[in-house]
Design a protein around this ligand. Structure first.
Ligand code: UDX
Ligand code: UDX
Length: 422
């Protein structure tokens, strides 16, 4: 069991810190946000993440997990230092390494000899070298260990990964990091840093491509009169394709896919490769947002001016309270620009959004609506009663951008129903 430090206590950092403690290591979680650290040391976690609160509280009680504000001597007792700080998008789409650099600089004075800096943040190819440049010590190793956590199931994904990837130019250092995960049953891929960094981007880019393909096939189904549910069932049974990540919807979003796909296009560009295919995937995702806006506009007769639209779901997907790069927000923005009034509801979003009426329940949001849009696949929306809703709306138009409703049930209650590819 090792002494570990995790820098950055966000979605990735907090999950990493609590789960590493769960599998037996002693972990110090560090963040620069004092309010977050104070809350965490009281066992209060600022994010909606299944199972994370209980694991964090259990590990705090065992003292195998502690949180501290900023950098200090305690770091020198750690053999492994994980970096889970943000790598936001720069104007030009490339990944901004400011926080990575700052963390490496701040850590340097405290690093014990032979300790390993483990980069878990999503960073462009070559970033391991950037950290090595800053630390400049032969007795400190830098290893890439990308995460593949999905928000909403991050704890499960950490403890049951499909694979563990470790990239380093020093095989012993790579093996030491791999050994941290000994109690986790998953294949371990040990490779060079550039390959490990590329695996992360390629994985996200592939998943985004698969989703854009599913949304494109959904558009085709609408034109040829096929049913997307059957089509996805039919292709998903092919083991070479796989039935995961084939649910069509309003387009993909979140804190990773949009930023990572753009960053990969930039990485390729700066290396002299024009990643045309991925640029097409990104452009098509923008078109998908417009396709949903068009469905809403067509439902209310072609003009959104003065129309009241109920938007159910604001987060980028269900089971998280994360609004970062949410397709729902992109669509709401467009609807407002075209003159609509928005009554929105989301079970996990508390703070109202600018120029958007925020409702306490989905029923309140639907009252006097000219059309209803389901933008996030929260299960409670599938339980809505179309007959009851039909009595409170101004016009019966349903746009189910997540294909979660029983279309026939809503049609039999007098609603027009539009899904995605249905
Ligand atoms: C982050 C990155 O955005 C992502 O690219 C990477 O793959 C994993 O880590 P996430 O955990 O979702 O993803 O970020 P966020 O929830 O914003 O958490 C980052 C945390 O780092 C915040 O708590 C922030 O306060 C903290 N932070 C930021 C530091 O501790 N030090 C810094 O210098 C900057
Ligand atoms: C993603 C990757 O899945 C994860 O491995 C990586 O570490 C971080 O980025 P996350 O951002 O949590 O995780 O979201 P994900 O569950 O992948 O969904 C991304 C987007 O695709 C969401 O907007 C979601 O609604 C959409 N999606 C996903 C679909 O529209 N259909 C699907 O079938 C799956």
């Amino acid at each position: 069991m090792a002494q570990v430090c995790v820098v950055g206590a966000g979605y990735v950092g907090l999950t990493t810190a609590s789960c590493l403690a769960q599998i037996g290591h002693t972990v110090i979680g560090i963040d620069v946000d004092s309010a977050k650290i104070e809350a965490l040391n009281k066992g209060m976690i600022p994010i909606v993440e299944d199972g994370l609160e209980s694991i964090t509280q259990q590990m705090l009680a065992t003292r195998r997990l502690t949180f501290q504000l900023g950098y200090s001597e305690t770091i020198s007792s750690c053999e492994f230092i994980f970096l889970c700080v943000p790598t936001p998008q720069d104007e030009d789409g490339s990944a901004d390494l400011t926080y990575i650099r700052e963390a490496a600089k701040s850590l340097s004075p405290y690093l014990a000899s032979k300790s390993v800096i483990v980069n878990k943040s999503t960073v462009p190819v070559g970033s391991t070298l950037v950290v090595e440049e800053i630390v400049r010590r032969d007795d400190i190793f830098v290893v890439s260990n990308p995460e593949f956590l999905r928000e909403g199931s991050a704890v499960h994904d950490f403890l049951h990964p499909d694979r563990i990837v470790v990239g380093s130019s020093n095989k012993q250092a790579a093996q030491r990091v791999a050994d941290l995960y000994q109690s986790i049953d998953a294949p371990v891929i040990i490779c060079d840093p550039a390959s490990a960094e590329t695996i992360k981007y390629a994985a996200n880019a592939f998943l985004a491509t698969k989703l854009s393909f599913a949304n494109a096939i959904a558009a085709l189904c609408e034109h040829v009169g096929a049913n997307i549910d059957d089509v996805m069932e039919g292709i998903g049974q092919d083991k070479r394709i796989g039935n995961q990540f084939l649910k069509p919807g309003p387009g993909w979003g979140g804190s990773c896919f949009p930023k990572d796909t753009r960053a990969l296009v930039k990485i390729a560009e700066s290396a002299g490769y024009d990643f045309e295919l991925l640029r097409g995937v990104i452009d098509f995702n923008e078109i998908q947002f417009d396709r949903i806006v068009n469905k809403v506009r067509n439902a209310v007769g072609g003009n959104l001016t003065g129309k009241q639209i109920a938007v159910l779901g604001l987060t980028f997907k269900a089971y998280t309270n994360d609004l970062r790069d949410s397709p729902a927000l992109r669509i709401v923005e467009q609807l407002k620009l075209q003159g609509a009034t928005i009554n929105a509801y989301d079970p996990t979003v508390a703070n109202p959004l600018p120029q958007t009426n925020f409702c306490a329940t989905s029923i309140d949001a639907c009252a006097s609506a000219d059309a209803i849009l389901i933008a996030t696949e929260w299960p409670e929306f599938a339980l809505l009663n179309p007959t009851a809703i039909g009595k409170i709306v101004r016009s019966k138009h349903m746009i189910d951008a997540r294909n979660i409703l029983d279309a026939d049930l809503w049609k039999s209650a007098g609603f027009t129903y539009q899904g995605v590819g249905r």
